[in-house]
Design a protein around this ligand. Structure first.
Ligand code: PNS
Length: 178
């Protein structure tokens, strides 16, 4: 006979927070790999009132819902305030972050220590990026698109279309005539 312990539903959830302005294939790769460790990933777009993004938080959430439409174990949400408070309200087991470079590590280490000092019970999991995503930074991608380059290999389709619509039109101007 199965004991109550065996029948217990195991839920193992990580919060994946970030600006995601925009979400890249590097981010998608982190989520896909993290799903092998966690039952549920909540992608949490940070609402940062002091930083004006290319996309509104609502636009980012909308694109993310489209990207993960077929993935029932991924939930898309947004949050404001302290990340540790958000993690607590969701009852999540960990914060998930991706790391590309030593510079990323420095920044992540500082944030992780700050989070831990505010909530010693919080666990933070870091996944190294896969090599091909190393240079996929949101700001480089935005520059490429704004100058007419293609980011098709760097971001999901829905993101690429919206980026082009938003950035390309505004930035390419006729060279001035002397
Ligand atoms: O994608 P980003 O911009 O590197 O993400 C940074 C983010 C959103 C994870 C971080 O700024 C954050 O946790 N913001 C919430 C506010 C907070 O908890 N700050 C204290 C910890 S640094």
């Amino acid at each position: 006979m199965a004991s109550s312990r065996n029948k217990r539903k195991i839920t193992n959830c990580a919060i994946y927070p970030g600006s995601f302005d925009p979400f890249t294939f590097g981010h998608v790769n982190i989520v896909q790999r993290a799903l092998k460790i966690f039952d549920t990933i909540i992608i949490a777009v940070a609402i940062n009132t002091s930083k004006r993004g290319t996309f509104t938080v609502r636009e980012r959430v909308c694109m993310l819902n489209e990207v993960f439409r077929a993935e029932p174990n991924v939930v898309v949400d947004s949050f404001s305030g302290l990340l540790v408070d958000y993690v607590r309200t969701k009852g999540a087991q960990a914060i998930l972050r991706g790391i590309r470079t030593v510079t990323d590590f420095d920044y992540e280490f500082q944030m992780a220590l700050a989070n831990k000092s505010m909530d010693p019970s919080v666990e933070q999991v870091f996944m190294m990026t896969e090599g091909k995503y190393l240079y996929y930074s949101s700001s480089i991608i935005k520059e490429i698109v704004s100058l007419g380059g293609s980011a098709r290999d760097m971001v999901p389709d829905v993101v690429e279309k919206r980026l082009r619509k938003k950035l390309y039109r505004a930035s390419v101007q006729e060279p001035s005539r002397r």
